[in-house]
Design a protein around this ligand. Structure first.
Ligand SMILES: Cc1cc2nc3c(=O)[nH]c(=O)nc-3n(C[C@H](O)[C@H](O)[C@H](O)COP(=O)(O)OP(=O)(O)OC[C@H]3O[C@@H](n4cnc5c(N)ncnc54)[C@H](O)[C@@H]3O)c2cc1C
Length: 402
């Protein structure tokens, strides 16, 4: 009976964990002794970093053939329960029913989701671009606005959250509204931020560029206020202001997938398992945590992984390699990612590219936009289903930064 590595999730971390595990097993010549199984709702990779964009084409490429090429199996289902003591998973199958699967090593790569605080009306009335389905719902809503009677509320979009996703969504929104309502239509886009400066988390050097891009896009900004209620015709702010709108987009914060809470051991404030240098869940033998479900040290200076594609691509490779390495008896690889960059899309203004944890601005406007499009449309996409080419980039120390 072969041993089994089960990977939950086929996002960036899950895909690369599977490819890296397959590579390590193949290098040891143990393909007949160890099975790798990915469990996720569909054999697709959702390109979440692009879900704020106007066109949702090719946002969830199929990875079924790619996995099969390297000998990885896929099961369409959701892991519902982790029994860490018995090393068993309960999986709800997409086809119906459930299955219990035993594992020798388990890799948790179920990502994250938008944080939805208890704001009245948020669940019923707010849109988001967090997952493929919700991005499609927002897109359909924007495209259908033209069929509503003209009103200020119809032509106003409120984006809640001044983090990176909020900035990207707000500066892209005028492009989407011109496409939906017509080039000449008058509209408002309002960005609400609880902080004093949108994008302030990226530091003082970046902030003026964000302000310039928001101004360029004609986005109105309200800072130092919270959304206190949302209803079918508008939002109410903590300042008492009411903004009439039929479209509220929520972008405020992410939390680790709920399965992380079932992994024994320490969690951080956003629900991630605190992993060790090899991405073990230290309190759960046989479990690795990766992507948005792990908090891991990226260097020896105290920096830790962000919920980002950049980190998930590397965390996935390391977790997949290490899960396989323990079974084949090859050396484990410590996770390390000292170079950190950010590239924020800012609509027609361009983009902003920074390097380092102190966010030194390196490229702006069209130059940064060209890099952003290269990252988002090429680098983070799954590779072609060519076994040798995949294994050449599935090693745990492969680095994908400019
Ligand atoms: C709008 C938006 C913009 C972003 N922009 C950027 C950016 O510019 N740069 C950047 O680096 N990052 C960005 N991110 C963050 C980035 O998308 C995430 O950090 C990244 O997707 C994390 O990868 P992951 O593999 O850990 O999780 P995910 O990509 O979330 O994948 C999780 C996988 O787990 C599956 N899954 C979930 N629950 C279960 C279950 N119970 N059982 C089995 N499978 C399950 C899902 O279907 C999916 O396949 C953005 C995110 C959003 C939403």
């Amino acid at each position: 009976m072969p041993q089994k590595i089960v990977i939950a999730g086929s996002g960036f971390a899950g895909l690369w964990a599977a490819l890296a595990a397959a590579r390590t097993i193949a290098l040891a010549g143990k393909q007949d002794e160890i099975d790798v199984l990915v469990v996720s709702p569909t054999p697709k990779l959702v390109i979440r970093p692009r879900l704020y964009e106007a066109e949702l084409d090719n946002m969830n490429p199929d990875i079924g053939e790619l996995l099969a090429t390297v000998g990885v199996q896929h099961l369409a289902g959701f892991v519902e329960k982790i029994d860490a003591d018995a090393r068993k998973l309960k999986v709800m199958l997409v086809a119906g029913g459930s299955e219990t699967i035993a594992y020798d090593r388990f890799v948790l790569a179920t990502g994250s989701q938008l944080y939805r605080p208890n704001v009245p009306g948020l669940a019923e009335h707010a849109f988001d671009a967090d997952q493929f389905d919700s991005a499609q719902a927002l897109d359909a809503h924007l495209k259908a606005l033209i069929r509503q009677p003209e009103s200020t509320a119809r032509n106003t979009v409120v984006v809640a959250g001044g983090g990176l996703t909020g900035l990207e969504a707000a500066t892209e929104m005028p492009i989407r509204l011109r496409a939906a309502l017509g080039e000449e239509a008058a509209f408002r886009v309002v960005l609400i931020d609880t902080a004093d400066t949108p994008g302030g988390s990226l530091g003082d050097e970046a902030a003026p560029y964000f302000a310039e891009a928001l101004d360029f896009a004609g986005v109105e900004v309200r800072t130092g206020v919270r959304v206190t209620a949302i209803d079918a015709t508008g939002v109410t702010l903590s300042s008492g202001e009411r903004i009439e709108t039929h479209t509220v987009m929520w972008t405020a914060g992410m939390r680790a997938n709920a399965l992380a809470a079932q992994v024994p051991g320490e969690k951080d404030e956003i629900g991630r398992v605190v992993g060790d240098a090899y991405l073990h869940a230290p309190a759960a033998s046989g479990i690795f945590v990766t992507g948005d479900t792990v908090r891991a040290a990226t260097d020896e200076l105290g920096n830790v992984s962000a919920m980002s594609c950049q980190h998930a691509l590397s965390l996935g490779r390391v977790a997949g390699h290490n899960a396989a390495a323990e079974l084949v008896g090859s050396p484990l690889h410590p996770y390390s990612q000292p170079k950190y960059v950010t590239c924020v899309d800012l609509g027609d203004w361009g983009a902003l590219y920074t390097e380092g944890w102190d966010r030194q601005v390196r490229l702006t406007r069209a130059e940064a936009k060209a890099l952003k499009q290269e990252i988002n449309r090429v680098w983070i996409y799954p590779p072609a289903a060519d076994r040798d080419a995949v294994f050449a980039v599935a090693n745990p120390d492969f680095v994908i930064v400019p």
